[in-house]
Design a protein around this ligand. Structure first.
Ligand SMILES: Cc1ncc(COP(=O)(O)O)c(C=O)c1O
Length: 386
């Protein structure tokens, strides 16, 4: 078992939102960053950059462009050009720019709730209408796409389909078959897709991430793909992410929507991103072993000790979507666990109406912390069941 991920690092005095939002007696299992130090190669590269001592404006990160081109061909056999990449200070910024780039009066933006909360605000910011194509659960509770509803909704003046794959919070890594159906529907309805693939590297055994744009040259012309090293290598605070837009006209529209709003990329973010992509693979492989153990342990413990909560094994991400609807709680499970267990989750309701009765749990933490959270949850639940 890789030991580096067992190291406890006190994050209280590090400007961390995760560790500072709540009082110190609350265990934070919410916002999607991990409690692990970044890969050694990233830390070394940042140290050398800091030693240099001068942090003036960054120019176009040419080396990072090439590193990304190489990575996409190696990982996905997806050939892009260096100029197809547009850097953004974050993926949320990235999808909001996408909406501004394609907005039209009466146009709509389609999302698939329950989904990452900022997705709900994007339409409104850009003057679009929100359309929802909720995911549906099968008899085992596994989420999937309701394609007939998607067909119907997408035809209603949809200008942008904001896809989340791997999906936060339900943890699905959409299959080739599902993605091909999405491609077919979007092409037939002439819809631009903004595919948020920020969790693309965090995929478990038995699953494979497929960038939507890599599936078909036609959909590549209609897709804005958003990726970043931020979740994977735990460098979200360094604000370096990117969009891949192979269609020049769409890219021009995107760049135009950015003008005067976002500027140069963060200098340290560039350094960290290059080092992460060039030297972080062994660390990432160890990380995935650790996260998979956490995921399996979490699921097994819930099934054994708290069967009133239901959880599907996420196929990707370090996020678990806990169904507490049958736990006999008289209050929102987020409030219950915060007050009675002193554990902070994300409130399921912030992921849309479909999240009522759910919480999202971040298990990107040490095993000791995960066990502490599980013990606190069990104690609180045991109290109400007498
Ligand atoms: C699907 C998804 N997109 C975007 C983000 C945030 O990206 P950024 O911090 O780069 O804006 C997250 C963070 O949890 C996420 O889960």
């Amino acid at each position: 078992m890789p030991k580096i991920f067992d190291r406890e690092i006190d994050r209280h005095n590090s400007d961390s939102i995760k560790w500072n939002l709540y009082d110190k007696d609350i265990l934070p299992m919410w916002v999607a960053d991990m409690d692990y130090a970044s890969p050694p190669g990233v830390l070394q590269a940042l140290h050398s950059r800091i030693e240099h001592g001068v942090f003036g404006y960054a120019g176009d990160p040419k080396e990072l462009r090439q590193v990304i081109v190489n990575r996409l061909i190696e990982k996905y056999n997806w050939q892009i050009k260096a100029e197809d990449i547009v850097f953004t200070p974050g993926v949320v910024v990235g999808f909001n720019i996408a909406a501004h780039a394609v907005t039209e009066p009466e146009g709509a933006l389609l999302i698939q709730p329950p989904v990452y909360p900022p997705f709900f605000k994007t339409a409104g910011y850009a003057g679009l209408r929100n359309l929802e194509n909720p995911l549906v659960q099968d008899e085992n509770g596994v989420y999937g796409i309701d394609f007939s509803d998607l067909e119907e909704k997408i035809s209603q003046q949809t200008k942008l389909f904001l896809l989340c794959n791997p999906h936060n919070p339900v943890g699905r890594v959409f299959s080739r078959e599902e993605l091909e159906r999405i491609v077919e529907i979007c092409l037939r309805n002439d819809v631009i897709v903004c595919s948020d693939e920020i969790h693309c590297d965090l995929v478990y055994h038995g699953f494979k991430h497929l960038p939507l744009a890599s599936l078909d040259p036609e959909i590549a012309q209609k897709t804005i793909t958003l990726m970043a090293p931020s979740k994977t290598y735990n460098i979200a605070g360094l604000d370096c992410s990117f969009a891949v837009i192979q269609n020049k006209d769409l890219r021009d529209q995107y760049n135009k929507a950015m003008k005067g709003i976002t500027g140069n990329t963060n200098m340290l973010g560039i350094t960290a991103a290059i080092a992460a992509y060039q030297s972080g693979q062994p660390w990432l492989e160890d990380l995935m072993i650790y996260l998979e153990e956490n995921r399996n342990h979490l699921k097994a413990t819930i099934e054994r000790d708290m069967p009133q909560i239901r959880m599907n094994s996420p196929e990707g991400t370090y996020l678990a979507w806990l169904d507490c609807r049958y736990a006999g709680l008289t209050e929102n499970p987020y409030d219950f666990f915060l007050k009675k267990a002193l554990v902070a989750f994300n409130n399921g309701e912030s992921f849309g109406a479909q999240g009522k009765g759910f919480v999202r749990m971040n298990f990107g933490c040490t095993k000791a912390k995960l066990n502490e959270a599980l013990e606190r949850m069990k104690k609180a639940l045991d109290k109400i069941s007498g």
